[in-house]
Design a protein around this ligand. Structure first.
Ligand code: ZN
Ligand code: ZN
Length: 409
């Protein structure tokens, strides 16, 4: 079976996350977006796991569905589909190793509630899990991996948004230079990495050290409308075991849905407060120092990959993972209508298109342009066609500022 999966989201129990992130809304928006399998996020949080326990029904395949009595949201007929949930979480490890501060986010996939409870019981011994849906633990990432695999050998730990400067395994500020430096002899238990919004599979293929890892992409959504902005296309039976097997060396996902990496918040280097945005070359020429305030600029993902890569830009191997670069449909509509994303007319058009053509991912990736043209304005079809062929202008994101995209002149 061919389906889209988004395995990294957060619940309303996480900081800076929308109050709407409930099981009912995840179920609703997964269908709107075209996501068949969605991570629950935040299973380490006692309030959230209790709610999930009450509202989700085990399907006997390591995945869950929303119990019928909670399926009360109205879904456009054209988008109605089964939605499966996988128990997932994200954990932030902050610790010192080899005399440097390390701050790393790890994604966790778990097959059932018993495993989740055992993992949580052991994590409570090292820190609080109830203050944030994404708990911050003062534990070495390697030690955490060991604890999790001891409690639940079928679970999987995946370095999250691998390259972001502040909280990732290979990030410039508090990461390592290799996965091995972080996990040492436990490195063989790492089977996949999340590439994050500011990098895509071709950029990651420049490191031979990543050749044997599945490259996955997820939304890291903090609000419902961001679900599925990056995702994975799997082609296997929908079950926990089949997905884990796909990630453990059977080639990973068939393809991923990608942001244009330039649009990510940390593609370029720079200093947001001073509006300084630099390519890696400019940063080197300026010795990493902001001309305005004299502080060190934030080193972004492109720079970091240039530094650690052992292959040229554009390198292609037989492992090259296929991907679709795209832009959220509401952004495209807002450009085609020349109005703000939250304007009434843009939102009405979004609902109308979903009703006529089906889920957002289907419209972005699969729907024939003739069908879109028949539904929307001519400009919308033109805009989607340009996005599909990558014919867009992007001012790169830097230091926490998203890149800006221009699709139509
Ligand atoms: Zn994170
Ligand atoms: Zn500055």
């Amino acid at each position: 079976m061919r389906f889209f999966a988004d395995l990294h989201i957060h619940s309303r129990f996480s900081r800076a996350t929308s109050r709407d992130m409930t099981p009912e809304t995840l179920w609703e928006w997964a269908q709107i977006k075209g996501i068949s399998l969605i991570g629950t996020g935040d299973i380490t949080h006692p309030g959230w796991i209790k709610e999930l326990h009450e509202k989700l029904h085990p399907e006997g395949n390591g995945l869950f569905t929303l119990s019928k009595e909670f399926q009360h949201k109205e879904i456009p007929e054209s988008c109605k589909a089964d939605v499966f949930f996988m128990l997932t979480a994200e954990i932030c490890c902050i610790y010192r190793k080899r005399d440097r501060a390390r701050k790393i986010h790890l994604l966790l996939l778990v097959p059932d509630f018993n495993d989740a409870s055992r993992i949580n019981a052991s994590l409570w011994k090292i820190g609080r899990l109830d203050t944030d849906g994404r708990p911050v633990l003062g534990v070495d990432a390697k030690k955490l991996l060991e604890m999790i695999l001891n409690e639940a050998p079928e679970s999987m730990v995946i370095p999250a948004h691998l390259w972001t400067p502040h909280f990732s395994l290979l990030g410039a500020n508090s990461g390592f230079d290799s996965i091995k430096e972080c996990f040492e002899e436990l490195t063989p238990h790492i089977h996949a990495v999340e590439t994050g919004l500011s990098s895509d599979p071709p950029m990651n293929h420049r490191l031979s050290a990543l050749d044997n890892l599945a490259l996955i992409s997820n939304s890291d959504a903090h609000s419902p409308s961001k679900i599925g902005r990056e995702a994975n296309l799997f082609n296997c039976p929908i079950s926990y075991t089949d997905i884990i097997q796909a990630l453990r060396g059977k080639g990973g996902p068939k393809a991923t849905i990608e942001f244009f990496p330039q649009e990510g918040k940390y593609y370029y280097d720079g200093h947001r407060q001073c509006s300084v945005s630099w390519s890696p070359q400019e940063t080197l020429q300026n010795n990493y120092l902001c001309p305005s305030c004299g502080n060190k600029v934030t080193v972004g993902v492109m720079h970091r990959i240039n530094k650690l890569a052992d292959r040229e830009e554009g390198f292609k191997s037989k492992h090259t993972q296929s991907c679709y670069w795209t832009i959220p449909l509401q952004d495209i509509i807002s450009e085609a209508l020349r109005t703000g994303i939250n304007s009434k007319s843009a939102q009405r058009e979004y609902s109308r298109l979903l009703g006529a053509l089906g889920s957002e991912l289907r419209i972005l990736i699969e729907t024939p342009l003739e069908d879109i043209n028949r539904q929307g304005t001519a400009l919308l079809g033109e805009a989607i066609s340009r996005v599909r062929s990558g014919d867009v202008k992007i001012t790169p994101g830097y230091d926490g500022e998203y890149g800006t995209i221009k699709i139509l002149d």
